[in-house]
Design a protein around this ligand. Sequence first.
Ligand SMILES: [Zn+2]
Length: 474
Amino acid sequence: MPYKTIIGLEIHSELLTDSKIFCDCSTEFGGDVNTHTCPVCLGLPGALPVLNKKVVEYGIKAGLAFNCEISERTKMDRKNYFYPDLVKGYQISQYDMPLCQNGYVEIETEDGVKKIRLRRIHIEEDTGKSIHSEDGGSLLDYNRSGVPLIEIVTEPDMNSPEEAKLFLEKLKSILQYIEVSDCKMEEGSLRCDVNINIVDEETGKRSTITELKNLNSFKAAVKAMEYEEERHKKLLEEGKDTRRETRRWDELKNETIVMRVKEEVSDYRYFPEPDIVEMEIDREWVEEIRKELPELPHVKKERFIEQYDLPEYDAEVLTSSKALADFFEETIRYFDDSKQVSNWIMGDISRRLNMENIGIEDVSFTAKDLADLLKLIDEGKISNKIGKKVLRAMFEEGKDPNTIVKEKGLIQISDEGELKKIVDKVLSENQQSVEDYKNGKDRALGFLVGQVMKATRGKANPQLANKLIRESIQ
Ligand SMILES: [Zn+2]
């Protein structure tokens, strides 16, 4: 039966402000438990919240980057529910007058560009954190209580886990570009909830939406969505329906597990926060923030294609992270063969980064080091193959390429006299191949060059070796 999957996302992203949303406690991740706290973020009676202007500014910045309308008037509301990590018994969030509305993000699917609409972006405070100990007890750390968040809510515009993943990658990239969030999923500064159901396009019958929570990586999110797609299909086929419930992804069991039956919005008894006045957002301020927006990924991509004459694919990969794009441009400053730089970054460097699950900002060598390495290859001082070896040492030892080449004695042998001696030795030891080559077997030449490379541990200049062998045999 033709089923269509319907996915909407809610993303929570911690903002990179120095202080919390309603007090001046530090937002820094880590630190001893309950040290970044004060009467306000501990919710003590009588403590009053003061809204951090930077939070509103970052919210507007995100709204502009995601093509939203920035509201003329906005207000904070109380969302009431009980949970131990929520000190006040309510969370200060935004309900009917969010800061930003009606935006969109474009993703590139196999069928072309697709617009994913954003319903709203609002600002709110984070909760504390429960720490569950092995003996079954729970402890509470309120360092995170009051850390500012933006919540981004999409329309249900994604039709496959793959599209949802593309959207999340784009969203993360833009948030990092505009420097409002570091989006570290492992530290919880980017969290994603999924609403998913399916519709039978023939009968129009829909399954009831399931909410997926606690997805701590894009990979886990995709797996959980794929699992739910199948579960919903199976239930519909059996003539049953899903319940409106919240489920979490269990990495070990490879399945989703019910957390609770979903609350309705009305259960939260939203009402306006009486301690923070309704705000009017000054249009001039919005325009100032707009002017400060950096070049966004899609604009940078077009510029890379134009300015560096790169294929679209290269430009897409290089601009997917601001750090990677900056590294590329910095390398070009010292070595201006853009295609060569792109090949190395997209090839050996990216492979290594993926393998170690780190970003270019985490490596110990600089863009200038990479440029120096490419110069050594370009000037024929080392071969391409030795270059890869030097790059590995740059990753592992953090030394610059010139030092590595010197220390390991990797300079290419391009001196004819020196190489000729080695060639003669190789030829005398491989008479059969010499005969083969004389009898027209071209492959024998490749073998002989290989032997010279082997004898010099890869340091011979291969073109020169090739030339010397041919001259000697004739
Ligand atoms: Zn505080």
